[in-house]
Design a protein around this ligand. Sequence first.
Ligand SMILES: CC(=O)SCCNC(=O)CCNC(=O)[C@H](O)C(C)(C)COP(=O)(O)OP(=O)(O)OC[C@H]1O[C@@H](n2cnc3c(N)ncnc32)[C@H](O)[C@@H]1OP(=O)(O)O
Ligand SMILES: CC(=O)C(=O)O
Length: 532
Amino acid sequence: MNVVKAKKKALLYDTTLRDGMQGENIFFSPEDKLKIAMRLDDAGIHYIEGGWPGSNPGAQAFFDLVRDKQFKQAKICAFGSTRRQNSTCEEDGNIKALIDSDAPVVTIFGKSWDLHVTEIMNNTREENLAMITQSVSYLKAQGREVFYDAEHFYDGYKANADFALETLEAALEGGTRCLILCDTNGGSLPCDIDTITRKIIAHFKNYDDVIFGIHTHNDCAMAVANTINAVHAGATMVQGTINGYGERCGNADLTAIIPILALKMHRNCISEENLAKLQNLSRFVSETANMQPIASRPFVGHSAFTHKGGVHVSAIMKNPKAYEHIAPELVGNRRRVLVSEQSGKSNIVYKAKELGVDLGDDESKKTLIVNNIKEMENYGYEFDTAEGTLKLLMEKLTEQYQSHFDLESFRVVVEKDKERPCYSHAMIKIRVGNETEITSAEGEGPVSALDNALRKALATMYPGVKDLHLVDFKVRVIDGSDGTDSKVRVLIESRDTDNIFSTIGVSEDIIEASWQALADSFQYKLALDHKK
Ligand SMILES: CC(=O)SCCNC(=O)CCNC(=O)[C@H](O)C(C)(C)COP(=O)(O)OP(=O)(O)OC[C@H]1O[C@@H](n2cnc3c(N)ncnc32)[C@H](O)[C@@H]1OP(=O)(O)O
Ligand SMILES: CC(=O)C(=O)O
């Protein structure tokens, strides 16, 4: 008989729009928050914490924007604290804002650690317990599903286990059926999380309708590991943020936790189709936050499935499993291979195929390319970021290169007078077939003057150059120890209507390095046009 075991469920709770926004430099407008909430819903997140409505007008504005929106499955949660001490829920502005948000779920945090009760809040333990019970039951009575975040739970349990347990009992007495254990300071280790979570779940074993959640911070770089350990110990709800944004060192990163739950722990938490949206979701959130995406971020980073070492590339060409723990497509990522001084012939073969260069069967050509790349990288080139120049180099070394113009000479003059800032003038002489073209042009800088002059010289023979745009220009001093005699590396990113490509130049002279990168960019573009 084929017995199919039901997969255990895991609930995904995203707090990017609340705890994520407590991260340094992270800001989302209410409109940004709405767009992110829609994307989180589209990716299959079950709960979206939208903010603390009692905190600021922007947080409230999000709940006004989201009120009438339809979500596929996500429930919007409003976050706040238990009522203030020695007061009532009815007169508490924070509790009122939670109700006015109209969010169907309310998550409130309360104190589990007696240090916070006595020293930070100057409160009594009894009043703290009453604040928890009364706040939960008041919000329940307003028809809300109430989740209880036990702030500092693990630290509190270590300091005074009995009191920490009493705070959870107080929340259950108020009527919540979801207790989230928080490692607020991010100081716990996976072994602590495992032991304590198991003890707590065992303690409440008679409450079979209660679910446990986990909320961790990354101060020991353990947030994901701690979350996974809590799930292993029996927690079913995971709280985290996209890209791990959050207070101090951040929260548990859902872009790692979700694929681990789905692919390694086989939890029922996300469909295959939604899992494949993960990289896009991560990029969307980093773009909206105006944060540079981290290339080495597990699962979703640009480098997460990028192979550089020759031994690795040789193996993955036979079977990708040799150096990939999952297929990149499962999380919407893709495999990449770099060519550098760490390459062997396998990298060259892989890359040539990707770039559309036919290397044939001559092994000596592949060795020639590898050796040239190693020598040039040793000189200062970096081919993993300059695939345009790499393609041209492969074609040159296999006698497939067709030059569309040849430089005879150029001259660049930079002028400065007291009336105006520096300006540049370039004169260039090139050969196109049997024709010689001499043109000159001005530019705001020497490279721009050279670009303009080359463009003018090529325009009659190759009208397609008008579609070529230089979109990025980076200069890096490679070894600063020789002062102004140091080598510089120039990287140019160019685009035309359909393509984007990078080219590189290296020299002790910045104009020479720029010319190499510039000339390669035009040659690459003309080769593309010529192929059409
Ligand atoms: C672990 C977490 O991440 S919890 C979320 C933390 N996030 C934030 O703090 C961001 C949003 N916060 C805010 O906008 C403001 O702090 C507000 C509006 C909530 C409060 O502002 P203020 O009234 O000026 O208080 P302030 O921020 O100075 O201090 C926090 C107050 O909350 C009280 N408090 C803290 N936790 C709780 C709790 N669980 N239940 C009730 N009161 C609490 C503190 O005792 C302190 O009260 P006090 O001023 O009487 O000492
Ligand atoms: C509730 C919460 O954000 C924390 O304890 O970290």
